[in-house]
Design a protein around this ligand. Sequence first.
Ligand code: MEV
Length: 321
Amino acid sequence: MVKASAPGKLMLFGEHAVVYGRPCIVTAVNHRMSVSIDKRNDENIIVNAPEMNVRDYKISIDNLNGKHPRETAFVLTAAKNFFDKYGRESGLDIKTHSEFSSKFGFGSSSAVTVSTIKALSELFGAKISKKELFDISYKTVLDVQRVGSGFDVASAIYGRTLYFIKGGKTIEEIKIKEIPIIVGYTGVKADTSTLVKRVSEKLEAENEKISNIFDKIGNIVIQSKEKIRKSKWSEAGFLMNENQKYLEMLEVSSPELDRLIASSNKNGAYGSKLSGAGGGDCMIALASKENTAIVSAAIEKAGGTIIYVGTNVEGVRIEEG
Ligand code: MEV
């Protein structure tokens, strides 16, 4: 039996624009997703994913090519893509375990995809590089959900804090120790694909204006990279507010996000913004150590729930035992 785990992620800067080739910055968080895999002596793949209410879902290897229920799609498509590329077909027992709820938008699909492929490569002794792991995992995510820049896949593999360009064109670690971040959950579950589609429709309708916004966001990301590298958090916070303005122009913020962000900024945060696709899920804020408690309380008072996460953590790894 082999067990692999991968971290969830938080987008710090550059969401949406990254889908159109501009850079983004993402940090890996210490809420991990793990996948245990063992070989079986028959032709079946059995999936257990208790956090998704999946119990003993059974499919034969011959049917891996078909369409799968959403709850098992990432794991099964990952297995299919692994077998297609590396051969060694076998029946499998697959069990997933999540340390975080998928409702927060921390990227459970990418973490489970990466963990599955990592565990399979270890189980079958296939030596694959991080970039190969990225390519096959990114293909899997696109096969299932069609859209995405791959930043969450890169984060699950490489961990830490990355400067990233779509499709893994650039994956560069920003070397830092910690990020003084506060995460507030709105209580509203957002659907990434719907929001990505909304932005693509806007781009189609108002090409020049929206491309211009993407360029502005791309610029903010480039500046933020330097601020983060030098731990200039108050300046990074200013850039978060700038990034948020452009996200509002893309109409991906929401009243709940706006409320938490305003309250956080009014109570001493260096800056705040939504994180991820928007429409709900989480907002993030940067604040000094002295202000952390006040800002957190302000976010809660505005209706948010503080989620305690460690950032800048290790990427995918094989777990012992
Ligand atoms: C979603 O978490 C972030 C987006 O930029 C989509 C993506 O990059 O795949 C909206």
